[in-house]
Design a protein around this ligand. Structure first.
Ligand code: RP5
Length: 174
């Protein structure tokens, strides 16, 4: 049942023909309050044309819907997922796939609680608090190791961001 629930709640992005494409990155989170932050990872993956899936009707919470997290983690590799971007780190104990953790600022502790819970335990590539953009970029770097076109697009992106900074500096000087 959990498997069926998962299927009906997944959204695949990154292609115009959404049904034909198999996602290689999964973005999961434990609450809709994480979405405003986690959507930045999806935006980056969209920008680079990386097919990915995002939970948008329900949430995979290590604490509240742990059976969903188990099912997602155990089935993700067989479904072609190569990297999981998660707002929590526990999923890493259930899969050999690389997990990128995004600590989300959600409590009076300013995100430090999320950060410390993700860096402690199974290996999770953890980005800065609320920085899901970097999670997306890290996923692109990882996939780029086996995809020369993707790596070239990433190099172009890096050059563009460099040019932006130089232009800004030039403006300030004039
Ligand atoms: C975590 O608790 C969620 O991933 C979220 O970051 C935080 C707050 O959840 P809500 O109270 O907004 O549902 O499990």
């Amino acid at each position: 049942i959990v498997e069926a629930q998962l299927k009906s709640m997944l959204k695949v992005e990154g292609s115009e023909t959404q049904t034909a494409v198999s996602p290689c990155v999964g973005i999961i989170m434990g609450s809709d309050s994480d979405l405003p932050i986690m959507k930045d990872a999806a935006m980056i993956l969209n920008m680079f044309g990386v097919p990915h899936e995002v939970y948008f009707q329900t949430f995979i919470s290590a604490h509240r819907t742990s059976e969903m997290m188990f099912s997602y983690a155990l089935s993700s590799r067989d479904r072609g997922i190569q990297i999981i971007i998660s707002a929590a780190g526990m999923v890493a104990s259930l899969t050999p796939l690389p997990v990128i953790g995004v600590p989300v600022r959600a409590s009076a502790l300013d995100g430090m609680d999320s950060l410390l819970s993700i860096v402690q335990g199974s290996p999770v590539a953890t980005v800065a608090i609320n920085n899901a953009t970097n999670a997306g970029l890290l996923a692109v770097r990882m996939l780029g190791v086996g995809d020369a076109d993707l790596l070239a697009r990433l190099s172009q992106y890096q050059e563009d961001t460099r040019d932006d900074v130089l232009k800004k500096a030039e403006k300030l000087q004039t």
